[in-house]
Design a protein around this ligand. Structure first.
Ligand code: FAQ
Length: 315
């Protein structure tokens, strides 16, 4: 088959909703785009454990501590599914992790903000997981098979994460004045960074056009952001709190909420490594990697030993 035939058959599969699998022929740019997005996604799950891990030892009750530990552990699992999916595109996990630890690879801007109070755990669950789910539900139908299948599993856990975040804020919103203030303060600080999670405006999004054509993305950054705003603007009424945007207003013509301008300068500054916690996050990841070296060495030695034992048995 000529290159043209390969390209035609690839596009045919995309058009007919047939998943692309690791051993299928694919354009080099399709492979690279998926590898970039899936590995960034994996890194986000792993770095995303840090802001929440910060509160495990200070959770206000045993119940909340157990829930938070389970949630942080889930994020680690999501990272592992995603690294496994990314590996099918030809890059080793070691290389991906080196790229994260050296600062070369991107991860979601949201995890470069600090978690200052217990209410932040609720706000992260409700807003950050809420934004993540909207994006990930779409990715359950992404065209690359291993990524789509990883997403189905991840979405089930993320929807529990979001509900627990909302429930935790609901309790605070019915508490003392101090608890209500803490709840409002957390919402104020996490609102705008959550909107930035969806990426730049469509007009500034360099990858969207091609990713939509290849059905890697099914909705644009702005479409998903608008769905998120419409959902949260309604849910906040149940909390009796407010969103920190004076321009947030239902638009009867558009049948959507209008909202104020996002601070894109802040977004790009965080993406470029200058957010409040970027340096701290990389130091923590490098420390964990160095301190875990003996665990990796032991696991490799054990796997070798088992392999040799099986070889002897088979002989
Ligand atoms: N942060 O052309 P686009 C979670 C970069 S998981 C940093 O629009 P694209 C779970 C982008 O990479 C959250 N960089 O890019 C959890 C590109 O640069 P590049 C993570 C960003 O890929 C919850 C450039 O800007 N979710 O939260 C960001 O088509 C709680 C131009 O942008 C995913 O990763 C950003 N926010 O669309 C864990 C979902 N936005 O690479 C713990 C999968 C954009 O060309 C606790 N990813 N950039 O150098 C996606 O859906 C897409 O990659 C987007 C960006 C929508 C994020």
């Amino acid at each position: 088959m000529s290159l043209h035939d390969f390209e035609k058959s690839f596009q045919n599969k995309i058009d007919n909703e047939i998943k692309i699998e690791p051993k299928d022929w694919m354009p080099e740019a399709y492979r690279k785009t998926n590898l970039r997005q899936i590995s960034q996604h994996a890194h986000s799950e792993i770095v995303g454990m840090l802001p929440e891990g910060n509160w495990i030892s200070r959770a206000p009750s045993l119940k909340r501590k157990v829930i938070l530990i389970a949630k942080v552990q889930d994020e680690a699992g999501h990272g592992l599914y995603l690294y496994a999916a990314a590996e099918t595109l030809g890059m080793s996990r070691e290389q991906m992790i080196d790229d994260l630890n050296s600062g070369k690879a991107k991860y979601s801007s949201i995890f470069n903000y600090p978690t200052l109070s217990w209410a932040d755990m609720g706000a992260v669950g409700w807003l950050v997981d809420g934004a993540a789910i909207l994006n990930q539900v779409m990715l359950c139908r992404t065209s690359y098979g291993p990524y789509a299948r990883a997403m189905v599993r991840i979405c089930k856990e993320e929807s529990f994460h979001q509900r627990q975040g909302f429930e935790s804020l609901l309790v605070l919103s019915k508490g003392t004045k101090e608890q209500r203030d803490m709840c409002q303060d957390a919402i104020n600080r996490w609102w705008w960074p959550s909107l930035m999670m969806f990426g730049p405006k469509d007009s500034e999004s360099t990858n969207s056009d091609q990713s939509m054509k290849w059905k890697i993305k099914r909705k644009t950054n702005d479409e998903l952001r608008q769905s998120f705003i419409d959902m949260i603007a309604e849910q906040i009424k149940l909390l009796g709190m407010t969103l920190p945007d004076p321009n947030l207003k239902w638009n009867e013509n558009r049948k959507h909420y209008d909202f104020g301008e996002i601070n894109w300068e802040e977004f790009w500054s965080v993406v470029k490594g200058n957010g409040p916690c970027n340096k701290q996050r990389l130091v923590a990841r490098n420390k964990a990697h160095d301190e875990g070296a003996w665990v990796r060495a032991a696991a490799i030695a054990y796997a070798e030993k088992r392999k040799n034992k099986l070889k002897i048995k088979a002989a």
